[in-house]
Ligand binder design. Structure first.
Ligand code: FES
Length: 170
């Protein structure tokens, strides 16, 4: 009989347990969405970006062309569409190349043969940066790395491009 008395829960203890349990449940219900909202972008995978169709392969020439194409971009919680530009050409083997047109010095726009003194190189007018046709930076000019290279895929006669990936310094 005395053992049974020891295990009895007083009214005060019962109220304490109940209020603690209900309060904890309500707090968790409010905090979980806030925590999820705060860390969700960090948990998103940063894998391969989506490839978008840019142009017909039949239109690609051995002379590099500047081609603009829209890309959906997600920055944290902000989604937008930006215009990317690629320098696209075929080499003598017929392989397609697509480089970013952003100069690796300070980000100006690079174009093919825009300086008559260097008719077979990419040229950046901001500080005279130059790149060979394979995208490597010309030593002694301001850029310290070659042009970024777009992830690419050819499907059904169309060139698809994804993210521009740095190739590292030369
Ligand atoms: S930004 Fe291109 S050379 Fe400086």
């Amino acid at each position: 009989m005395s053992e049974e008395k020891e295990h009895r829960v007083s009214r005060r203890q019962f109220l304490n347990y109940t209020l603690t349990g209900v309060g904890g449940f309500m707090a968790a219900g409010m905090l979980m969405p806030m925590i999820r909202f705060a860390i969700d972008p960090v948990l998103q995978s940063q894998g391969e970006s989506e490839l978008v169709p840019v142009m017909d392969v039949s239109e690609i020439t051995t002379t590099p062309q500047s081609v603009n194409f829209p890309v959906d971009q997600v920055d944290g919680w902000y989604e937008s569409t930006v215009d990317n530009q690629a320098l696209i050409f075929k080499d003598e083997n017929g392989d397609v190349h697509a480089f970013s047109s952003l100069c690796k010095h300070l980000g100006c726009g690079v174009s093919w043969a825009s300086n008559p003194a260097y008719p077979d190189q990419f040229f950046c007018p901001c500080h005279g940066g130059r790149y060979y046709k394979d995208g490597r930076n010309v030593p002694g000019t301001p850029p310290t790395a070659g042009l970024d290279v777009y992830q690419q895929e050819i499907r059904d006669g169309k060139l698809y491009l994804g993210r521009a990936v740095p190739r590292g310094g030369v």
